[in-house]
Ligand binder design. Structure first.
Ligand code: COA
Length: 250
């Protein structure tokens, strides 16, 4: 088994690739840590002008590993520190973030995109946040950013009702910039990343700060959601939903 997250620097672009395709890129604690590290350390390298988050051809990311959710629920019920580290890294990141999405983006696979500046999706992409159906609540400050981005009703349908968005719908909702064929996603995302990287960096930094506002507001929402998430993780509803997923017959 290779690295679960592959980080590659190519000139001004750092690609952070989730690489656990056999589990549809469900994220483990080690993966959150590796992704957080890649994002945080980009800030120390001024030659890096853009981050590109990518997944596998068959799956962008299936969300948090449900086995880990069970461990968290039966332990202290706290959200793992690596999860919060990753979410804070997204909220505080000052390097522009581009994402290349193919296949399913579930849970944090979708909510991490709310922190990105530019999203390219394959026409087979599907975005879903089944938090409430799993007995949980939305995370990653999605309860704040999604209603702002797509309006209360579309955000409610996605985050609370758990209705997935197709690539088309995600584009109409403002979550996706460009939709292309699956085999063109990575090249299209890299093109956007290079375009951003070629801009005057101080101008990008200042404009991005103006547009994103105070990251502390996002961090505070991440914390508020995490408190509720912790309680919900220990609920009988959540436990039953996790066990049903892991025991399901194919
Ligand atoms: N946690 C743990 N394992 C996961 C997982 C997750 N979030 N998502 C997928 N897997 C595992 C499956 O259990 C399966 O493992 P197995 O081969 O050992 O049985 C493997 O990954 C492949 O998944 P599978 O469901 O067969 O792939 P699919 O292409 O039919 O469906 C998904 C892909 C992403 C739609 C589906 O796996 C899914 O709904 N996953 C759960 C997503 C989720 O609810 N995440 C939490 C959000 S808060």
């Amino acid at each position: 088994m290779g690295d679960l997250v592959i980080v590659t620097d190519d000139g001004p672009i750092r690609t952070v690739r989730m690489n656990r395709p056999e589990k549809k890129n469900a994220l483990t604690m080690a993966m959150y840590d590796a992704m957080a590290e890649a994002i945080e350390s980009a800030a120390q390298n001024p030659a890096l002008r853009c981050l590109l988050i990518a997944g596998a051809p068959t799956a962008f990311c299936a969300g948090n590993d449900i086995g880990d959710f069970i461990k968290m629920a039966t332990g202290e019920g706290a959200l793992g520190a690596p999860i919060l580290r990753f979410l804070y890294a997204l909220a505080r990141c000052e390097t522009p973030l581009v994402a290349a999405v193919q296949g399913n983006a579930v849970g944090v696979g979708t909510t991490m995109l709310l922190h990105c500046d530019h999203v390219v999706a394959a026409d087979n992409a599907r975005f879903a946040t089944p938090f409430v159906g799993l007995g949980l609540v939305p995370e990653a400050a999605s309860s704040l950013i999604a209603p702002r981005l797509m309006g209360q009703r579309r955000a409610f349908s996605l985050l609370v009702m758990g209705r997935p968005l197709s690539a088309d719908e995600a584009k109409a909702a403002g979550l996706v910039n460009t939709m292309v064929a699956p085999d063109a996603v990575e090249a299209e995302a890299m093109k956007a990343a290079r375009e951003i990287a070629a801009l005057p960096p101080q101008g990008v930094l200042a404009s991005r700060r103006l547009m994103r506002g105070n990251p502390q507001e996002i961090v505070a929402r991440i914390d508020a959601e995490a408190e509720l998430f912790k309680t919900r993780l220990q609920s009988a509803e959540a436990r039953a939903a996790f066990e049903a997923f892991l025991a399901r017959k194919k």
